[in-house]
Design a protein around this ligand. Structure first.
Ligand SMILES: [Zn+2]
Length: 146
C-alpha cells in the first residue's frame, strides 16, 4: 500500500509508515455503497416491480376465468334444464338433468354470477325435476291401480 502522508510504497498491514512514521489511515472503511451494491439494489427493485406486475395480471386473469366459468355453468344449467324439461316424460333422464341443472345454477350463483341465465337455469331445473317426480308418482299410481 501507499502511505497517504508521504506517498511511499510500504508493506501491507502496517499501522505506521516505515518512511515517515505517521499512522496509516485505513482506506477500506467507506460509507458509500459500492457500484456492485447499487446494481444489486436496482436489480432487486426491478425484480420486485416485475413480480408485482405479474401477480396483479395473474390475479385479474384468475378472476376473469372464474367469472367465465360461472357464466358457462349458468348456460349449461339452462341447456340441462331445457333438456330435462323435454325429457321429463321419460322420468329418469328428466330427473337427472333437472338435478344437474339445479346444481350448476347454484354453483354459478355461488361463484358470484349475477346474470339472468343462472336464474333461468335454476327455474328450468326445478321444473324438470318436479315434472319428473310428478310423472314418477303418476306412473306408480297407474301401475298400482291400473
Ligand atoms: Zn509515510
Amino acid at each position: 500500500m501507499i502511505c497517504q502522508n508521504c506517498g511511499s510504497q510500504i508493506a501491507d498491514g502496517l499501522n505506521f509508515c516505515t518512511e515517515c512514521g505517521k499512522p496509516i489511515v485505513s482506506q477500506s472503511v467507506s460509507s458509500e455503497p459500492s457500484k456492485n451494491e447499487v446494481d444489486e439494489y436496482f436489480k432487486k427493485l426491478n425484480y420486485e416491480k416485475e413480480y408485482a406486475k405479474e401477480a396483479s395480471v395473474s390475479h385479474s386473469v384468475s378472476v376473469d376465468k372464474q367469472r367465465k366459468r360461472a357464466e358457462a355453468s349458468a348456460t349449461s344449467s339452462i341447456v340441462m334444464g331445457a333438456l330435462g324439461f323435454f325429457m321429463s316424460a321419460l322420468i329418469i333422464p328428466g330427473l337427472i338433468l333437472g338435478i344437474i341443472s339445479i346444481v350448476k345454477a347454484v354453483n354459478s350463483k355461488k361463484a358470484g354470477y349475477k346474470g339472468k341465465s343462472g336464474t333461468i337455469g335454476l327455474i328450468l331445473g326445478i321444473l324438470s325435476t318436479l315434472i319428473g317426480v310428478l310423472m314418477f308418482i303418476l306412473t306408480i299410481y297407474y301401475t298400482v291401480t291400473g
